[in-house]
Design a protein. Structure first.
Length: 581
């Protein structure tokens, strides 16, 4: 059998080895004699064009620091470092020890040949070199190297696979085991320590009676006998002969743990069952949950039936498969059986409040519900007598294996929706009243601003007239002093009072406007703040021009600067932006 395996190995890897022995092989010639070197190169060039040559031993060492060669043709009597020393150095290095070295030399004494092989040489040729022999020797060494490389790579792969297997075997949670037909364990994975508290060697020496409870041992023994009988009757399908059992196991400390065992036959080469192999998984938590669920089933039934809200259980197609007693009262029907088989479409209005068909919204909701496992929404529902009411629907998805069960809780919120409508109507009316009042006060403020600045304009004209009168009076006239006093009084009064009066009235309506504006934009000038105030009142450029005596063009430039300073986008309203302050 071993010979066949080796033959199979070499036959399966012929292609790889052949590739390594062809033109791609990189060969280094170490020969100081030019004539001999050229002769060797000529012989090899037709088959192995990838050739390099050095003429001393030191260059061989240097070359191999940078380049990986497939084979070296080495002369013994080369300068600096002789061939024996070069070969010894290369064979002592892990990096170059696997490179085949063929000695080519004029020395043909037995002692020289022995020394060459002791240095690590793979082959030995004497000069003059015969071309055919050289090619065959090279071909043989490359072929051997090819097989060695393949074996090394496969060994590396095997070591890695063994490492991964050991890692999995040592860290797997489930227990992997093999027993004979008497249930005597012949292999157990290290995970037995976590499952039953035993070390591997310790567990392999205990009797099966110490591992399984009497009831579980009886179940296991009976099942094995049944499956062996099936096998004797001719059954060979491994799937049919595989069983899964839930058994109770003794732990080392005397406590009991539940395990799920999956077992299948273990065959010899003649397909006779010689043992059982399988996996045991700790299901203690699952069994405890099942017990709790069973205990809580009665509680759930009571909660379900006598809940104050309407409760439905739906299948994955949104068909009602169970309804509680409260559902009769909410939907005005005589029996809960009337709900069975109905869908949520049947107890909903044709269209929902937003005008979208219920069938369309329900399909979208179905996807969301199954993805999120819970959802809450308001829904227009229809009673059996046709009355429409608002329901608050809470949906939770549970799973029975892979099949979803949908628990739907419905609460009648019609009264709440009526109160919400009243509250919304009142809020809307209040907001409308506030908006109208604000608009009225803004208009009053705008009119007042116009009056203030018109008064300012009259004062300006008065000052101009007084200045003209002064020019017409003699310089010594006592009236000039009186006129100057009047002019100063008007200037002092108008300098700040006009803007301050407007600002006071503005802040009475728009409290915190200036504070908030300066807080966010502290670098605004007085003129920019003033322009912001007018825009806050939604005043047109024409009105602002009338008040401030600025040209429309100047105001356009001022608005542009203000937009830039406030960082407003081109498509954004400046007036709209200022309303938030």
């Amino acid at each position: 059998m071993e010979e066949l395996n080796y033959l199979d190995f070499f036959n399966n890897n012929k292609a790889k080895v052949a590739f390594a022995t062809k033109q791609n092989a990189k060969i280094l010639i170490a020969e100081d004699d030019d004539i001999t070197a050229k002769l060797i190169e000529k012989v090899l060039s037709g088959t192995y064009p990838n050739i390099e040559r050095v003429s001393n031993g030191l260059d061989v060492i240097k070359k191999l620091n940078d380049v990986k060669y497939d084979l070296i043709l080495l002369d013994i009597q080369i300068p600096i470092i002789n061939g024996y020393e070069v070969c010894s150095k290369l064979k002592s290095s892990n990096k170059t020890s696997d490179i085949p070295i063929i000695f080519i030399t004029g020395k043909n004494d037995i002692a020289d040949i022995q020394k060459a092989f002791e240095a690590g040489g793979n082959d030995y040729l004497t000069k003059p070199v015969r071309a055919l022999e050289l090619l065959e020797r090279i071909k043989l060494q490359l072929k051997v190297k090819g097989y060695i490389d393949i074996i090394k790579n496969q060994n590396i792969e095997l070591i890695e696979k063994e490492r991964k297997y050991r890692l999995i075997n040592e860290n797997i949670v489930d227990v992997i085991w093999v027993t004979d037909l008497n249930l005597k364990h012949i292999y157990i994975s290290p995970s037995i320590k976590k499952f039953q508290g035993y070390d591997v060697d310790e567990f392999l020496n205990i009797d099966i009676k110490e591992s399984l409870t009497p009831e579980s041992l009886e179940i296991a023994s009976k099942t094995i006998k049944e499956y062996l009988a099936k096998h004797k009757q001719g059954e060979t399908d491994r799937n049919i002969l595989t069983c899964t059992l839930e058994l109770q196991y003794y732990r080392k400390d005397g406590t009991i743990v539940w395990g799920e065992l999956t077992a299948s036959p273990f065959y010899d080469l003649n397909h006779n069952i010689i043992g059982i192999q399988g996996v045991t998984r700790n299901i203690d938590d699952r069994k405890n949950v099942q017990l709790i669920l069973k205990e809580n089933e009665a509680k759930f039934k009571a909660i379900f039936e006598y809940n104050l809200d309407c409760l439905f259980i739906l299948d994955k197609n949104l068909k009602i498969i169970r309804a509680n007693q409260v559902s009769k009262k909410i939907f005005n029907c005589e029996s809960v059986d009337m709900f069975i088989g109905l869908s949520m479409y049947d107890i909903s209005t044709e269209y929902q409040n937003d005008g979208v068909a219920t069938v369309i919204k329900m399909e979208k909701l179905k996807i969301e519900i199954l993805e999120k496992n819970n959802h809450c929404f308001e829904w227009l529902l229809k009673k059996f007598d046709g009355e429409i009411f608002w329901g608050e629907v809470q949906v939770n998805v549970m799973y029975n294996g892979n099949s979803p069960l949908i628990l739907v809780t419905i609460r009648d919120i019609s009264e709440r929706k009526k109160l919400e409508k009243i509250r919304n109507d009142l809020t809307h009316a209040k907001e409308k009243k506030i908006t109208e009042e604000l608009e009225m006060r803004n208009n009053e403020l705008t009119m007042h601003a116009m009056q203030i600045f018109q008064k300012n304009e009259l004062n300006s004209k008065l000052l101009n007239n007084l200045e003209n009168i002064k020019l017409k009076l003699p310089e010594e006239s006592p009236a000039i002093r009186e006129i100057n006093n009047v002019i100063n009084d008007i200037k002092i009064t108008d300098r700040d009072s006009v803007w301050n009066e407007f600002k006071i009235r503005f802040e009475q309506i728009h409290k915190e406007f200036y504070t908030n504006l300066y807080k966010q934009y502290p670098n605004l000038t007085n003129n920019e703040v003033r322009l912001s105030s007018f825009l806050k009142l939604s005043m047109s450029t024409k009105d602002i021009s009338t008040i401030t005596h600025q040209s429309m063009h100047a105001l356009k430039i001022a608005r542009s600067r203000l937009r830039k300073k406030l960082g407003i986008k081109p498509n954004q309203s400046l007036t709209g932006f200022l309303t938030k302050f």
